[in-house]
Design a protein around this ligand. Structure first.
Ligand SMILES: [Zn+2]
Length: 269
């Protein structure tokens, strides 16, 4: 599933093709792709809307239109594509927006978990998201307060989009390894020094992911190379790049979790 760096990479790739175009019509090919409004209202409202900007909030695409926001979440297998000229929609194309200048914006989604919203009030969809981890206002001090206000294990807490937005399984495992914190560490037990290390690690892995154009792994996005730099994620049984111990795998909150038992000891064990 794409995380913050993958979505950011796609936003940067799509932006030049989309900004300034006008949406001429919508072909909704699978109605459940649309979370809101109704298909009839969607087709009527989106017609004639100009795309003013393309940005990202957490793992959502946010297309600012003349009067609405078009929000897209790719979930497991969604992909956004821009095509030029006429084409025959593919089997898994769920939504095709015909744009000015002979372009089309296509939402393709084999597994059908992805969703699209058209709303005049994006907070209806984005309002419960936590802060962006790369936002400069999230200082180590603020992060420390947030960690101590919640009393949860670090792995599920970092995956909780209402705590911090944009992290998924890959970047969480990578950040915890870099910060030398066990994924089951209680969030209210981390010291200020550990918090600073975790804050720096979260930002470092996300920035490295963006520089690598994201990771190409278990979903349709193929382009980035961050998977060549994984320290822990998916590397169980292989040597830790820091100490050489075997990376271990455990399931926490139904999510496969990868960590080094030597670099990331569970304190109190
Ligand atoms: Zn290690």
């Amino acid at each position: 599933m794409p995380e913050l760096p993958e979505v950011e990479t796609i936003v940067r790739a799509l932006r030049p093709a989309l900004v300034g175009r006008t949406i001429l019509s919508a072909d909704l090919r699978w109605s459940h792709t649309l979370a809101a409004p109704s298909p009839a209202a969607f087709k009527k409202r989106i017609k004639g809307q100009q795309i003013l900007s393309v940005s990202r909030r957490a793992k959502f695409f946010n297309l600012q239109l003349s009067s609405f926001n078009l929000l897209v979440h790719l979930r497991m297998s969604g992909a956004l594509l821009v095509k030029e000229g006429s084409f025959t929609p593919a089997k898994h194309d769920r939504l095709v927006l015909t744009l000015s200048d002979d372009l089309s914006l296509i939402f393709n989604d084999a597994r059908k978990f992805g969703r699209v919203w058209l709303t005049a009030n994006p907070d209806e969809v984005l309002g419960n998201l936590g802060p962006e981890p790369l936002d400069p206002s999230i200082t180590p001090q603020v992060f420390y307060e947030h960690l101590h206000r919640r009393r949860r294990q670090l792995k599920p807490l970092l995956l909780d989009q209402s705590f911090i937005a944009g992290l998924g399984n890959i970047y969480t495992d990578e950040a915890l390894h870099m910060a030398r914190l066990h994924p089951l560490t209680q969030s209210d037990s981390v010291t200020p020094e550990q918090t600073e290390g975790l804050w720096q690690a979260v930002r470092a892995v996300l920035e490295e992911g963006i520089r690598s154009n994201g990771a190409s792994i278990d979903w349709v996005y193929r382009g980035g190379e961050f998977q060549d730099h994984f320290r822990a994620y998916g590397r169980h049984g292989k040597p830790c790049p820091v100490c050489g111990a075997k990376i271990e795998r455990m399931v926490i909150g139904q999510r496969a979790t990868h960590f080094c038992p030597t670099c990331q000891p569970l304190e109190g064990d």
